[in-house]
Design a protein around this ligand. Sequence first.
Ligand SMILES: [Zn+2]
Length: 90
Amino acid sequence: MGININRRIPIEQEKRCSKCNITYPSSFNFCTTCGQKLKSTQGRVYANMGKNGVSSISVKSGKVTVNSKGRITLQIAPGISYTSAIKKKK
Ligand SMILES: [Zn+2]
């Protein structure tokens, strides 16, 4: 047992008005159209934390996530994904 840390830290975060379906940058707190409190949405850029800090960066674009270590993850269905690695010479 140890301390659990969030190993995926969103770098880029967005906020969304569920009423107007408008996305705002994370610096916004309220919808400029209807005044409703904005809800945070999942960020698209993640820092993957390792033991010595940031180990890699993941960028999510639709169903595809590209990792800075050369891994591509394709989301097939909720909870199911396929990961393939780009071959790299050492
Ligand atoms: Zn709104």
